[in-house]
Design a protein around this ligand. Structure first.
Ligand code: ADP
Ligand code: MG
Length: 616
């Protein structure tokens, strides 16, 4: 007797938690194994999944598979969607022109991208990227992945954080924690192992710039201050080079390509390649082949540096402000960590070294550190890594509207989170029964200059003379940086609270609908793929038939046989363009049947030919 021994890891190993860097340009997924954080490769073996999504007839193309669509079908290909997360039309007015796709009607509060005849919100597009990362992780780990830690720029406001969480939910991922990218990077560098010190994390990626100052003491680190610019990165460098190349081409070819979507995308790719190579070699020739014409330009690193120096310099003011916010001077910074692909540029490294008077760390791949750190945090949450404590700060002050449109700040920027604070307010009018609580975010003094996050009423307060009621307003920011506000009438105990749903955001119902929609769409996508496959099959048989009709065997066919084939052929051609794959397949089968004897005759002829001249 023999028995098969099966080892079931199922119940003992906890479900993995992955760490995800959902980047503007590139996204990555990593997980913690016994030796440390590991970045998970995609199907093509590349660690980076391009943050690009193409919405076509069939299933969406995501990542590197969608790259070519930036050129072939730019109107339905989304890149840099992170810039659109949690934003309304007014927020993106300036950059809307840079995107080749359109925004649909009703995009004022939540953007809707028009892609072909469908519309998508940014969280839905991001969800497709997350889904790809989830699949890559599942393929690598050989088990379902439903929980993740996702990183966001330190500068992301409440709406942008909410939108990121929504994207996770739509992708079927429970986002256990949102972690600021510089905080994740510092975890990847194992900064907690230092006894004490001050560290600056400088992150220049594709679309965002973040600077953070961290303090480490007895193995625990704390973010002292953050600063940055949500519109500064490699994209700006690309746009600068792109403009120059377009001007060149206009003067050389007498042709303005700047409104030609596919030419611009092709040129953009050439520009990015040139820029990236210039980080390693002193001169590079940029090429564009377009409609039989060719453009070439040699760029030396010094020229490149002169072209982009002001962009690099724009990172320095936020750095100085950040040092100041932390109550420090540059001399007090012990170490500098570089994050983001654009920190490979030698000019960037020099500028950082001069400003901080310290040689920056570059040991880890600057494009992978954030994902690695997210995996470390994921490991902490999954219980695999112990003894690490993360403290984050809130990047913008939060407060409520007070008399005369003035903001009363309740939680100040750079407060360590989770955070809570309470303030007591009163009424302005005798016998007032309702107060409107208007929650705002920002550094400015006047409500009109800040971002409105939410409004709600505290009703039925006891009617008393103005100034007598005591209304307690409590702000609580959880570890993800998400705010809830409670207002309480101290006399009656009447209370009202809201989890602040930002004015620019999706409601729970909308997110639910998207989750449902993505399942329904999956069916639709599946049907579209079936149709495509049926057509491919039809193509094959149609091509074979065309060949056969030029073959001697065709002449051996009787007229009725030929007529039957012609009829089956015409029927297949009629249904070929329909979306009904069952119908297409039925007619393929019919044509197959009609051509059986033709195939037989051809086969015999082939055998005869092959036997000719062979001695049996
Ligand atoms: P994000 O976090 O915004 O997704 P990444 O950290 O992945 O960005 O960095 C992407 C940016 O880094 C892109 O603008 C890319 O062109 C740039 N980049 C990557 N490699 C290099 C390099 N060798 N030299 C200069 N820039 C680079
Ligand atoms: Mg990044």
């Amino acid at each position: 007797m023999s028995s098969v021994l099966q080892i079931d890891f199922g119940d003992r190993t906890p479900e993995p938690v992955v760490g995800i860097d959902l980047g503007t340009t590139n996204s990555l997924v990593a997980f913690m194994d016994l030796t440390g954080p590991k970045v998970i490769p995609g199907e093509d073996g590349d660690h980076l999944v391009l943050s690009v999504v193409h919405i076509g007839e069939g299933a969406p193309l995501v990542g590197n598979a969608a790259r070519q669509m930036l050129i072939d079908d730019p109107e339905r290909t989304v890149y840099s969607v992170k810039r659109l997360m949690g934003r309304g039309l007014a927020d993106v007015a300036q950059e809307a022109g840079l995107f080749p796709f359109r925004f649909a009607e009703g995009s004022e509060s939540v953007l809707r991208l028009r892609l072909g005849d469908r519309t998508f919100t940014p969280p839905e597009i991001s969800a497709l990227i997350l889904l790809q990362l989830k699949r890559n992780a599942e393929a690598c780990l050989g088990r379902p992945v439903t929980r993740a830690v996702v990183t966001v720029p330190a500068y992301f406001n409440d709406a942008q954080r909410q939108a990121t969480k929504d994207a996770g939910r739509i992708a079927g991922l429970d986002v256990l924690r949102l972690v600021n990218e510089p905080t994740a990077a510092s975890l990847a560098y194992g900064l907690d192992k230092r006894q004490d010190g001050i560290i600056a994390v400088y992150d220049l990626g594709g679309g965002t710039f973040d600077i953070s100052i961290l303090k480490i003491r007895e193995g625990i680190f704390e973010v002292l201050a953050t600063n940055g610019d949500t519109h500064l990165g490699g994209d700006d460098i690309d746009n600068r080079l792109l403009r120059i190349a377009l001007e060149d081409i206009q003067s050389e070819w007498g042709q303005d390509l700047s409104h030609n979507g596919s030419a611009v995308q092709l040129l953009r790719r050439a520009v990015i390649e040139t820029k990236e190579q210039l980080s390693f070699v002193p001169r590079v020739t940029m090429h564009l082949e377009y409609q039989g014409r060719s453009y070439q330009r040699e760029i030396a690193r010094e020229q490149f540096e002169a072209l982009v120096r002001d962009i690099v310099d724009r990172t320095l003011t936020p750095c100085r402000n950040c040092i100041q916010d932390a109550g420090l001077t540059a001399e007090q910074i012990d170490e500098v960590v570089l994050v983001g692909g654009s920190t490979r540029i030698p000019l960037v490294r020099q500028a950082v070294e001069i400003l901080f008077r310290a040689r920056p760390h570059t040991e880890l791949n600057p494009e992978e550190v954030v994902a690695m750190g997210a995996a470390v945090q994921a490991g902490i949450l999954a219980g695999e890594v112990q003894d690490k404590l993360l403290l984050d700060v809130t990047p913008l002050s939060l407060g409520i509207e007070n008399m005369g449109g003035v903001v009363s700040k309740i939680i100040h920027r750079n407060s360590t989170i989770p955070a809570s604070a309470t303030e007591v307010f009163t009424t302005a009018v005798d016998g007032q029964r309702n107060v409107l609580i208007h929650v705002v975010q920002g550094e400015r003094e006047l409500v009109k200059d800040c971002r409105s996050l939410a409004r709600f009423d505290l009703k039925d307060i006891e009617p008393l003379p103005a100034g007598a009621p005591r209304i307690e307003v409590r702000f609580l920011i959880d570890a993800n940086g998400i705010l809830s506000v409670t207002a309480r009438d101290q006399r009656t105990g009447k209370e009202h609270s809201v989890e602040v749903k930002p004015s620019y955001g999706l409601t729970d119902e909308q997110v639910e609908a998207m989750i449902r929609d993505s399942f329904e769409r999956a069916e639709e996508d599946f049907a579209a793929r079936q149709t495509r496959e049926a057509r491919l099959e039809a193509d094959t048989i149609l091509a074979a038939l065309e060949k056969a009709r030029a073959h001697a065997a065709w002449l051996e066919m009787a007229e009725p046989e030929k007529a039957a084939i012609e009829q089956a052929l015409n029927e297949l051609l009629t249904v070929y363009c329909s979306d009904d794959h069952v119908l297409i397949r039925a007619h393929i089968e019919k044509l197959n049947q009609a051509t059986l004897r033709l195939a037989e005759v051809m086969m015999n002829t082939a055998v005869r030919t092959a036997l000719k001249g062979t001695k049996v």
